[in-house]
Design a protein around this ligand. Structure first.
Ligand SMILES: C[S@@+](CC[C@H](N)C(=O)[O-])C[C@H]1O[C@@H](n2cnc3c(N)ncnc32)[C@H](O)[C@@H]1O
Length: 331
């Protein structure tokens, strides 16, 4: 389904059906240990809460990555082959970070993609009204499924922008496969710009996922509220706790929802038992060293061209190319 809307964007809705959300939640809670994929955090409220997380003082990734983008936008533009590309952003969220690139990169077309439809529509309209010279084609889709973008001409230069360390939400083998897809999307001559959170003092990581104002906790618990709202669930959200910690041996932050008591929950007639302290694993966020991530990218068929990091080595920004592309100037 596609439509042209008032603020001059084109909107494609390939969003998974409500039935998919229902089926995946019932399937996820039919196996133990309980585990729900993080993509289900993002209804309208989840997207709003994520934006608030980004503003928390403990949450260093957003401001650090923004500063890197602002500082190195010129080099990124050069690596991207100059102006006029088709700029694709999977998991675009608020579309804030891309604003640092739009003036220098002057893409022909910007293609934000997100699973959170309403939020995507608002964010894409915001970009279109601020940058009237830019074509915006917004695609509401699950980026872990096959998504076709037939409106990108065969000969166009494609740059894929994947910030926010969302790559860390995949298991490493899945991350490799996903980066392989991004490599093919970019194609020879294109580029992939990825933001990756770095391994660091676990205390800083712990604070980032346990902010003092409880916004990350509210974001995690909103998953249960969403199931209540959309799937006729009866989670008593007050009976669950947010629990986030760094698992050093796996190199990842884990987020869980922990049942405070023995209880059962109904979702549209299905009954699920919870023991005291039994948890639902809701997210992993893998952290990488620069070399670990470069090795992962190489295995995915991408050649590292440039990497930028902040002085405290909190976050990294990688420019990668389809392997076999012409040599990278900043390699
Ligand atoms: C961690 S946020 C990052 C947002 C933004 N890119 C940034 O850097 O601030 C992840 C974003 O990806 C979207 N998302 C998560 N899983 C997705 C999926 N499977 N398909 C499409 N979008 C997804 C969410 O809705 C959210 O906007």
């Amino acid at each position: 389904m596609t439509e042209a809307t008032a603020a001059e964007i084109r909107f494609y809705n390939a969003n998974p059906e409500h039935a998919d959300f229902y089926r995946e939640i019932i399937d996820s809670l039919s196996q133990r240990p309980y585990r729900i994929p993080p993509k289900f955090f993002y209804d309208k409220e989840g997207s709003r809460l994520f934006e608030r997380i980004c503003d928390q003082p403990e949450y260093y990734p957003t401001r650090t990555e923004m500063a890197l983008l602002e500082q190195f936008a010129g080099e990124i533009t050069e690596l991207a082959g100059g102006t006029g590309c088709f700029l694709v952003e999977p998991g675009s969220g608020s579309c804030e970070k891309v604003r640092t690139l739009l003036d220098p990169l002057k893409p022909n077309t910007y293609i934000p993609m997100d699973i959170s439809c309403e939020h995507l529509r608002e964010a894409a309209h915001g970009v279109a009204s601020e940058y009237p010279w830019l074509d915006v084609h917004a695609v509401c889709a699950d980026i872990t499924e096959t998504v076709s973008l037939p409106f990108i001409p065969e000969q166009a230069t494609r740059v894929v922008f994947y910030p926010g360390s969302s790559i860390g939400n995949f298991e490493p083998l899945e991350a490799e496969a996903f980066l392989g897809d991004l490599a093919h999307l970019a194609g020879p001559g294109g580029g992939v710009l990825v933001g990756v959170d770095l391994k660091k003092d676990p205390a800083l990581l712990h604070a980032a996922y346990n902010d003092a104002r409880g916004i990350t906790a509210a974001f995690n618990l909103n998953l249960l509220e969403r199931i209540n709202r959309e799937l006729n669930g009866d989670f008593n959200v007050a009976d669950f706790d947010h629990h986030a910690f760094y698992n050093a041996s796996a190199g990842r932050i884990e987020m869980h929802l922990v049942s405070k008591c023995r209880q059962h929950v109904n979702i549209d007639g299905h009954r699920f038992e919870f023991g005291k302290n039994e948890h639902i694993h809701t997210e992993n966020s893998y952290k990488y060293t620069i070399e670990e991530f470069r090795a992962l990218a190489r295995r995915a068929g991408l050649e590292p061209c440039a990497v930028w990091t902040d002085s405290a080595a909190l976050f990294s920004l990688h420019f990668l190319r389809f392997a076999g592309s012409p040599a990278c100037r900043f390699a």
